[in-house]
Design a protein around this ligand. Structure first.
Ligand code: CMX
Length: 437
C-alpha cells in the first residue's frame, strides 16, 4: 500500500470510530432549524452534510483543514525557485489533514506523472465533438469517456467487499487527477491552436507541466498555475460543483461519473462559468467605450447599464461570503508582485473600487464584494490566454482536487445515499395554516 493511502486509511478508520461513538450518544441532537425561506431559497445555510477537506466562514473565507490561504502560502511546499504553493501539497493536506514535507510532495508529483497516461480513445472522443463545443462540454465528455477505466466500477462488478470501496475510490481519484491536465491541455490546443499539441514534460510538477502543455512557457505563468490550481480546489461541500459530486457519489457512482456531474454544475454562469463572464463583460465594455483603459466613471456608467438591462455583474456576490473573497485577494497579491502595470489588471482593480457601492445601493445584494472569478481572467489575459471560454476548465481541473478527496472520505466513512425530503407547495400552505390555526 502506498504511503498516502496508508496514512489516509489510518486517519479514516480512527475518525470513523469517533463518528460512530458520537452518533451512539447524540444522534438525536438538534443542530439547526429550517425556515420556510430556506426551503424556497436554495437551501442556503442548512447544515445537512459533512465535508472534511475545507470549511467556509462568511467573514474569513475558506480554510483548508483549518489553514487560511495566506497561511498555506507560507506552509505548503513549492517548486524549486518558486514562491507559489504546489497543488500537490494542498491535495495531501485535504486528504489526510497534514501539511506534507517537500519529499512527500515530490512523491505525489511522481505518482501523478506515472498515472497520467490518457487512453487514446479519450482523445478520439473529444475529437468527435465540434471544435465549437464549449470547452467545459469537452471536459465533462472526456471525463465520462475515461469512466470505462474506473477501478471502482470494475471491482464493484466483480463483487467488491464494501470495506474496500474507499481503496478503489482512492485509486480512481489518483488516476483521474493525474490525467486531467493532459486532457484539459488537449482541449485547449485543439480548440484554439488547430490541434497543435504539446507533449508533456515529465520533469515538471503537476501544475508546471499543465502550463507547459497549454503552450504558455513563461516561468511566471507556471507560478500562476500553481497558485490558481491551489486556491480553486475546494470551497466546502455545499457549493454546486462539490455538492453535485457528493450527491452522485452517494449512489456509488464512481469518481469519473461523480466528477463529470460536478463539472457540469461548475459550468453554470452563477458558479464557475462566471470567470469567463467577467472577462467577456470587460471586453464588451472596452469595445463599447473604444478603450482598453476605461476610467472609473466610465466603468460606473457601464455597471449601471448592465444592471438596468436585467443582468448580474459577474464576479461579484456570493451565497455564503460576506467579505472580499480571500481567493480574489490572493490573486491581487500575485498581480502586484508579478504583473505591475498590466492594463487589464488595472481595469479589474478599478471595477473592484466601483462595483461594491453600486451593488450595496441596490439594497438587496447580500454580498457586494468580489468573488474568486472577478480576478482570475485578467491574469490569464495578461499572460496571453485571452480565450475566455476555456477559463472554467482551469477551475474544473483544480476543483477535482477537493471534491475527489472528499469522495474518498465519503467512501471511507461509508456515508449513505443522499436523499433529502422535498415537499409540495400545497403541503407548505397546509402546514403553515395548521401551525397558525
Ligand atoms: N449583480 C447583480 N445582482 C446581484 C449580484 C450581482 N453580482 N449578486 C446578487 N445579486 C442579486 C440577486 O440576483 C438577487 O436578486 P433578486 O432578489 O432580484 O433575485 C439579490 O441580489 C439577492 O441575492 P443574494 O442573496 O445576494 O445572492 P445569492 O446567494 O442568491 O446568489 C450569486 C449568489 C453568486 C449567484 C450571485 O451573487 C450572483 O449572481 N453573482 C454573479 C455571478 C457570479 O459571480 N457567480 C460566481 C460565484 C462564485 C463561484 O461559484 O464561482
Amino acid at each position: 500500500m502506498d504511503q498516502l493511502k496508508e496514512k489516509f486509511i489510518a486517519k479514516a478508520t480512527a475518525l470513523g470510530q469517533e463518528v460512530k461513538d458520537l452518533l451512539k450518544d447524540h444522534s438525536d441532537t438538534q443542530v439547526d432549524t429550517v425556515d420556510l425561506s430556506q426551503i424556497f431559497g436554495g437551501m442556503r445555510g442548512i447544515k445537512a452534510m459533512v465535508w472534511e477537506p475545507s470549511a467556509l466562514d462568511p467573514q474569513e473565507g475558506i480554510r483548508f483543514r483549518g489553514y487560511s490561504i495566506p497561511e498555506l502560502s507560507k506552509l505548503l511546499p513549492t517548486a524549486e525557485g518558486d514562491d507559489e504553493p504546489l497543488p500537490e501539497g494542498l491535495f495531501w493536506l485535504m486528504l489526510v489533514g497534514e501539511i506534507p514535507t517537500s519529499e512527500e510532495v515530490r512523491w505525489l508529483t511522481d505518482q501523478w506523472t506515472r498515472r497520467s497516461n490518457v487512453p487514446a480513445y479519450v482523445f478520439k472522443t473529444i475529437d468527435a465533438l465540434s471544435v465549437d463545443a464549449h470547452p467545459m462540454t469537452q471536459l465533462s465528455t472526456a471525463v465520462m469517456a475515461m469512466q470505462q477505466t474506473s477501478v471502482f466500477a470494475r471491482r464493484y462488478a466483480e463483487g467488491m467487499n464494501r470495506n474496500e470501496y474507499w481503496d478503489a475510490t482512492y485509486e480512481d481519484t489518483m488516476n483521474l487527477i493525474a490525467r486531467l491536465p493532459r486532457v484539459a491541455a488537449y482541449i485547449y490546443r485543439r480548440t484554439y491552436f488547430e490541434g497543435d499539441h504539446i507533449a508533456p514534460d515529465i520533469s515538471l510538477d503537476w501544475a508546471g507541466n499543465f502550463a507547459h502543455m497549454l503552450g504558455i512557457n513563461k516561468p511566471d505563468f507556471r507560478s500562476l498555475m500553481r497558485l490558481y490550481l491551489t486556491i480553486h480546489a475546494d470551497h466546502e461541500g455545499g457549493n454546486a460543483s462539490a455538492h453535485t459530486t457528493h450527491l452522485i457519489g452517494s449512489t456509488l457512482s464512481d469518481a469519473y461519473l461523480s466528477l463529470a456531474g460536478g463539472l457540469n454544475a461548475l459550468a453554470g454562469p452563477l458558479h464557475g462559468l462566471a470567470n469567463q463572464e467577467v472577462i467577456k463583460w470587460v471586453f464588451k465594455m472596452n469595445d463599447a467605450l473604444g478603450t482598453t483603459a476605461p476610467t472609473e466613471k466610465q466603468i460606473e456608467d457601464y455597471v449601471k447599464s448592465t444592471l438596468s438591462a436585467g443582468k448580474v455583474i459577474p464576479g461579484y456576490g456570493h451565497a455564503v461570503l460576506r467579505k472580499p473573497d480571500p481567493r480574489f485577494i490572493a490573486q491581487m497579491e500575485f498581480a502586484k508582485k508579478y504583473t505591475p502595470n498590466s492594463e487589464i489588471v488595472e481595469t479589474i482593480w478599478k471595477v473592484f473600487k466601483v462595483v461594491p457601492p453600486i451593488l450595496e445601493s441596490l439594497g438587496k445584494v447580500k454580498n457586494p464584494w468580489p468573488n474568486v472569478d472577478a480576478h482570475s481572467g485578467a491574469l490569464l489575459v495578461h499572460y496571453g490566454m485571452d480565450q475566455y471560454s476555456f477559463y472554467t476548465v482551469l477551475f474544473g481541473v483544480s476543483r477535482a482536487l477537493g471534491v475527489l478527496s472528499a469522495l474518498c472520505w465519503s467512501r471511507a466513512l461509508s456515508l449513505p445515499l443522499e436523499r433529502p425530503k422535498s415537499v409540495t407547495i400545497e403541503w407548505v400552505q397546509e402546514f403553515v395554516q395548521n401551525k397558525n390555526s
